[in-house]
Design a protein around this ligand. Structure first.
Ligand code: MN
Length: 296
C-alpha cells in the first residue's frame, strides 16, 4: 500500500480546539496558568500537563515546589526569565536560568525540589509533563540539562526565529534527544506580516501555546473551529492530524511554543505527581514512599 506520505502530499493540520488556560495553585502556593490537566482537557496523549508560571509579583511563586516525588513521567522545564534552583534525591543540584531547559525522566522515581526566584524582578517559564510508556514507567531516572547556549537557533531571512529544544527543523537537530515520545519542542517567533510552516509526523499529537502577541493558525480561512481567527496570547491551540502545521502573524509579531509527540494509547492512572497505568501501581508508589523505598 502506498501511503500519502510516499506521494509527498501535504496535509495541513487544522485547528480543532482553542483552550483558555485557567489559574490554579500548585506546590506550596504557586499561582500558575494551566492548559493541560484541567477539567476541560485532562490529557492530550502523550502530554499530561502544561503549566505556564511567572508573575510580576514574587508572592505568586516564591513558595515554590519543595521536595516532592515523581514516578512514571517526564517533566520538561523551560525558563524564559528568572531562575529555578533545583536539587534531587540522586544528589543533583543546580540553577536553571534564562532560556535553559531541563528534561527530567523520573522513571521509577525521583524526589526533587524546584524553587523559582526572580532575576531583575522577572520570573517566567513553562513545565510540560510527557507520559512514559508502560515499559519505561520504572526506567532509571535521568536528566538532560541544556544550557541556553546549547539550544540551536534558526534565524530566517524573513525574521522568523526558532529555538529547537527538541525535534528537528531544516535538518537541524534539537538539543534534547532520545526521548521515547519522539517529541518536538520549538520556540517560534514570527515577526509582523510573516508566516511559518513546519512538518509534523502524521499521527502525532500537536499543539501551539501562544504566549506573546497574536497569530493565525491552520487553515487561515474563517470557520467555526476558530481557524482564520486571530489567536491572542495566552491560549493553547490544538491541531488535528496531518503532516504539517502553519502559522502567520498580521499586524503584530507572535511568539508560541510548537509541541508534538507520539501518543501512547495506553490506559493511565494518575494521582498527583505519579502517573502509571493501573491504580495498583499508584498504590505501590504510595506504599514505596511511605516505606522509604521510593527511590530505587
Ligand atoms: Mn517536580
Amino acid at each position: 500500500m502506498i501511503s500519502e506520505e510516499n506521494y509527498k502530499v501535504k496535509i495541513l493540520r487544522k485547528v480543532i480546539d482553542i483552550i483558555n488556560p485557567i489559574y490554579v495553585m500548585e506546590g506550596a502556593g504557586v499561582r500558575l496558568r494551566r492548559s493541560i490537566a484541567t477539567q476541560k482537557l485532562d490529557y492530550l496523549d502523550p502530554f499530561l500537563l502544561f503549566d505556564h508560571f511567572g508573575s510580576d509579583d514574587p508572592n505568586d511563586y516564591l513558595a515554590g515546589f519543595p521536595m516532592h516525588p515523581h514516578r512514571g513521567i517526564e517533566t520538561v522545564t523551560y525558563i524564559l526569565d528568572g531562575l529555578v534552583n533545583h536539587k534531587d534525591s540522586m544528589g543533583n543540584s543546580g540553577i536553571l536560568g534564562k532560556d535553559d531547559v531541563q528534561w527530567m525522566t523520573s522513571g521509577s522515581g525521583i524526589i526533587h525540589e524546584e524553587m523559582p526566584k526572580p532575576y531583575k524582578g522577572k520570573m517566567e517559564g513553562f513545565q510540560l509533563w510527557v507520559n512514559l510508556p508502560a515499559k519505561l514507567k520504572m526506567t532509571t531516572p535521568r536528566y538532560q540539562e541544556v544550557k541556553s547556549s546549547q539550544i540551536p537557533e534558526i534565524h530566517r531571512k524573513d525574521g522568523v526565529v526558532v529555538k529547537i529544544i527538541a525535534g528537528e527543523m531544516e535538518s537541524v537537530e534539537g538539543a534534547v534527544t532520545e526521548i521515547f515520545a519522539d517529541p518536538e519542542y520549538l520556540d517560534v517567533i514570527i515577526p509582523a506580516g510573516s508566516s511559518f510552516e513546519q512538518p509534523i509526523k502524521r499521527g502525532h499529537t500537536a499543539f501551539a501555546y501562544v504566549f506573546e502577541g497574536e497569530g493565525i493558525f491552520g487553515d487561515f480561512e474563517l470557520n467555526s473551529l476558530g481557524e482564520g481567527t486571530v489567536v491572542p496570547a495566552t491560549k493553547l491551540v490544538i491541531f488535528g492530524d496531518g503532516n504539517y502545521v502553519r502559522a502567520k502573524s498580521d499586524q503584530i509579531p507572535v511568539r508560541f511554543l510548537l509541541i508534538s509527540g507520539k501518543p501512547l494509547n495506553e490506559p493511565i492512572a494518575r494521582y498527583g505527581p505519579f502517573v502509571m497505568n493501573t491504580s495498583d501501581e499508584i498504590e505501590q508508589a504510595l506504599r514505596d514512599l511511605q516505606n522509604d523505598n521510593f527511590v530505587k
